[in-house]
Design a protein around this ligand. Sequence first.
Ligand SMILES: Nc1ncnc2c1ncn2[C@@H]1O[C@H](COP(=O)(O)OP(=O)(O)O)[C@@H](O)[C@H]1O
Ligand SMILES: [Mg+2]
Length: 577
Amino acid sequence: MKKVLLYLKSYWKFALLAALLMGVEVTMDLLQPKLMEKIIDIGIAGMNLDFVLKTCLLMIGITIIGLFGGVGCSIFSTIAAQNIGADLRNDLFAKIQSFSFKNLDELNTGNLITVLTNDINTIQRIIMMGLAMMVRSPLLVIGSFIMAIITIPKLSWIIVLITPIIVAVLLTVNKRVYPLFYKVQQKLDQINTVIQENLAGIRVVKAFVRSNHEKERFRQSNEDYMLANITANQTMAVVMPLMILILNLAIVAVVWFGGIEINQGNLQAGSVIAFINYLMRLLQSLTMLGMVLIDISRATVSANRVENILKIEPTIKADHKQDDTFEIKGQIIFEDVSFSYDEDGEPTLSNLNFTIEAGETVGILGETGSGKSTLIQLIPRLYDVSSGRILIDGRDITEISPKTLRKQIGLVLQEAILFSGTIKENIGFGTGQISDQEMVEAAQIAQAEEFISSFKDSYDSPLSQRGVNLSGGQKQRLSIARTLALKTPILIFDDSTSAVDTKTESLILEALQQKRKDTTNIIIAQRISSIIEADKILVLEDGQITAIGTHQELLTTSKIYQDIYNSQFAKEEKNYA
Ligand SMILES: Nc1ncnc2c1ncn2[C@@H]1O[C@H](COP(=O)(O)OP(=O)(O)O)[C@@H](O)[C@H]1O
Ligand SMILES: [Mg+2]
């Protein structure tokens, strides 16, 4: 909560103005019963119409001033709250962008979305209300208390008696309601997770005819959320009738004892009415204070969740000692590199040792799950090695700033994820600004030029969300073009031609050899044909390198390579026979 409150600091002027204006409203509000008392006791009792009229005008004037105070307060508290909300959202978003893959593995997207939207909205709302109510309620409580006692000192015992009762009731309710609202928040999280997962995978859900199952899952979360909300609000609902009961009992006491005093000629009717008015204000504002406290505790839940994200340290981050001008030529050395996804888990990669010279093309072959994707993600430091080190041109990659490093390593991820926007925007995604010539060149190497030109708007054709209006192979080629546009000295392809036919694939590889002669290429492939011409092929088994060599060498030295070769080429001969 503390950290979130610090955001108020930048907007303290608005907060202060809001509080001051609320003070004006409360003061005006507290004057009303006093004026009413005068109208009744002096104006009406003395049949002084002139006095009644003047006092009425005064009351109207005071109401208008109070109104300005109230409106002004909400204007300034809104400004403060909305600004704080926007700042929080920006900082959270920036924080999430700074997270490493390891950080992201540990977070859940549904939760992140709830925090970025719902939690920040709650904080915003509470700040807005809090600025008004946190000033209004205590001032009104104290003010009414004092004014009532001044109005009829003899009846002050009624107020002294009921105030602690009300406070006790409110405290009891609050204590019960807080955990309930905490639960509401958790259920909402669950709902968001279900929605998020379902929307991301809606095509899979449909294809597997799992709509009913998913609907049930959603219905369950939705019902849990509803029930949690109902329980919380039901508990809250007890408050109002209880307060009204207490208020009515107090009014009866005031009328009773006030009546006796009036009969004895010690009091006038106007004073009793004013007293009852202050009593009502007192109770009202106490109840309001109770509600505000509940809201504040809800906001505390939200604020803590925001803070929990803000305080996560990115596991990989830049520091000023790192080189941010380093220019990569392309040699990559793995020195006894091991890696595991969680600290005390089984190693996913163990003791990798190999060298890739600048300008070489290296293939990586291995079963799914053998650690190929993991291996290549270590090179741009998407994950950090658990032990050993990786050198690029002789320099430990941890000594190079992550930004500088990643800018010079082109990575085509296994999953071709595109963004909504035009094809041009997608190809230029990593470059910021791309010339038409560069764009077309990248598309040509990726063998995407042909199908792009066949579209009505060519490079300006829009892609829908994540590029669903393209075939798998088209998506892969666009994502290759996007990486090629960066013109990096190192290129890594993580099984990026799996959805492309072999002929197109060999055209891509050929074009790469011609147009990007000096780059270091690392190609993960399923088919031996994709890497048959590589300078070196690494065979990965269970996170270990079991063979290194050219195609010819491996055919004679590696049993597993022979097996893969035989299975693939025997099959292909059959296929084309
Ligand atoms: N983000 C992750 N968190 C935990 N384990 C992972 C993660 N990604 C992959 N793994 C595990 O690491 C192993 C190697 O995966 P991966 O490198 O993707 O294999 P490949 O690319 O060769 O198919 C697998 O057993 C997989 O379950
Ligand atoms: Mg993989």
